[in-house]
Design a protein around this ligand. Structure first.
Ligand code: ZN
Ligand code: ZN
Length: 232
């Protein structure tokens, strides 16, 4: 099969960003902070993508800054929402849990975060396609790649891995102030050991370029160094 070209669009949606991938079909990865539906719509217009061409929105996990505009984006595009089974109830019941900090800075930010969480309202949305641990091939959606379950930051975190090695990891990596000054592992995680094992699996599967939800893409070598430090 000839290699399919996939265009990657980065769309800022508040605190983080979502990605839109366009191959033979179009999917989105993550749905940003609340009330970003208009920003998403405008970005599609600039990219010359018809909203109705977006067939799937992959939610990398259920934190507020990744699902906040899921309802708005779903009504704009008509796309199916998909996320891991363990966090579906967060979006369907407007819950806003946080993961604990794993570094001193992460702990300080989590404390700060808790102060403004009561002001954040997530519009509920129905999850159309519930993911199990086996993930999902994206070939039927016109994207040469798949969804892989990559727990650690949260237990239901997933990543989108393309056949070409680009991997969209949500918060399994971070690269943006105020989270991190340079790319690396997440400063919040439910299970830091699982973060490392998820990365080992992604590396084995051929991950080469990392696209975090917060900040710019970076090469996998950064992660390889970080997890060898974490192991020693
Ligand atoms: Zn998160
Ligand atoms: Zn996040």
């Amino acid at each position: 099969m000839p290699e399919m070209n996939v265009d990657i669009f980065t769309i800022p949606l508040g605190f983080g960003q979502c990605y839109v991938l366009k191959g033979d079909g179009v999917i989105a990865i993550d749905a940003g902070a609340p009330k970003k539906g208009m920003a998403f719509e405008h970005a599609l217009e600039v990219a010359e993508i018809n909203p109705h061409d977006v067939n799937l929105v992959v939610l990398t996990h259920g934190h507020w800054d990744h699902i906040g505009s899921a309802m708005e984006i779903k009504s704009l595009t008509g796309a199916a929402l998909t996320m891991h089974q363990s966090e579906v109830h967060w979006l369907e019941n407007s819950l806003t849990p946080l993961s604990p900090g794993v570094t001193p800075w992460g702990k300080a930010l989590t404390a700060l975060h808790k102060v403004f969480m009561p002001f954040i309202k997530i519009p509920k949305a129905k999850v159309d396609l519930v993911l199990g641990d086996e993930g999902l091939s994206l070939v039927d959606y016109g994207i040469p790649g798949r969804i892989v379950h990559t727990p650690g930051h949260s237990s239901g975190s997933v990543s989108v891995l393309l056949e070409t090695g680009e991997v969209f990891v949500g918060d399994l990596a971070m690269n943006r102030f105020p989270l991190r000054m340079s790319p690396g592992l997440p400063i919040f995680a439910d299970n830091p050991a699982a973060v490392v094992s998820s990365w080992k699996m992604l590396i084995k599967l051929g991950a080469s370029t990392v696209y975090p939800a917060h900040g710019r893409a970076f090469p996998i070598t950064v992660i390889e160094r970080a997890i060898s430090r974490a192991a020693s």
